[in-house]
Design a protein around this ligand. Structure first.
Ligand code: NAD
Length: 258
């Protein structure tokens, strides 16, 4: 028996990076996984690789009609929804002065509004299923002052706050749904390799090369936290912000050794 055996999970942004690792680990631990992304070719390939009962569904997280359709198809196929990983995201570099309004809105529409839509449409299906776990992918950018990530930081800060609002709503409703956010620092994924190389598409070798920086964790390090929050092992954890940052958010004290 796996740690999430028999549970039904939707993972957004499952075609790449952390979403792919989340889907692989949840399936390995017994979940029936719906991989959702707008990169259909890669998403379908990952679902085929996982095999078993994993399915791929097209989802642009900014499109409300796509969300209603993915939730409905999940309920039709598997009869329940227990886990939602709101993982899909975009990253761009730019200070507040360098970022134009269109870019600011685009990042916030995916990273912030996409998570809002996911929570909004998953909650009724999870309530019908007797409860569940929503896991929202934020970032250390929600905690730190990163001048080069104006739009990205704002979008991840919104996810951090929305998560607590959702957690309180579900607690007040007594619907058995928990909601937590995860805050990684750098993770070895295509997203970071694209920013590092300035390219729109990167090879596996370019992602691997990020390892030379020495400060990034692996997607599976994040997936292990996702698995814990998705499982009943975390049944008393809700409204929490889980850092995976090798202490990067701890400011060194002014007074201390050296
Ligand atoms: N990589 C890092 O260092 C890091 C650190 C902290 C947080 N995060 C967050 O983790 C999440 C996953 O990032 P990753 O590094 O695995 O990135 P990635 O680029 O490897 O994967 C992102 C996935 O999201 C999908 N996606 C993008 N926009 C979408 C949309 N509108 N609808 C549906 N799917 C969409 C992409 O197709 C892709 O498959 C993101 O929310 C990111 O902001 C990443």
């Amino acid at each position: 028996m796996g740690r999430v055996a028999g549970k039904v999970a939707i993972v957004t942004g499952a075609a790449s990076g952390m979403g792919k690792a989340d889907a692989q680990l949840l399936a390995k631990e017994g979940a029936l996984v719906v991989l959702a992304d707008f990169n259909d070719e890669e998403g379908e390939a990952v679902a085929r690789e996982i095999g078993g009962e994993a399915i791929y569904l097209h989802l642009d997280v900014t499109c409300e009609d796509n969300w209603t359709s993915v939730i409905a198809q999940t309920m039709e196929t598997f009869g329940r929804l227990d886990i939602l990983i709101n993982n899909a995201g975009l990253m761009t570099l730019g200070s507040v002065v360098d970022t134009d309004l269109a870019a600011y809105r685009k990042i916030n529409s995916v990273n912030n509004e996409g998570v809002f839509l996911g929570c909004k449409h998953a909650i009724p299906a999870m309530t019908q299923s007797g409860g569940g776990s929503i896991i929202n992918m934020s970032s250390v950018a929600a905690m730190l002052g990163m001048s080069f990530f104006a739009a990205y930081s704002a979008s991840k800060g919104a996810v951090r706050a929305l998560t607590k609002s959702v957690a309180m709503h579900c607690k007040e409703q007594g619907n058995g749904i928990r909601c937590n956010s995860i805050h990684p620092d750098g993770v070895k994924t295509p997203m970071v390799a694209k920013v590092a190389t300035g390219k729109d598409a990167v090879t596996d070798a370019e992602v691997e090369k990020l390892g030379e920086l020495g400060s990034l964790c692996e997607p599976m390090d994040v997936a292990n936290m996702v698995l814990f929050l998705a499982s009943d092992e975390s049944s008393f954890v809700t409204g929490a912000e889980m850092l995976i940052d090798n202490a990067s958010t701890i400011t060194p004290p002014i007074i201390g050794p050296n």
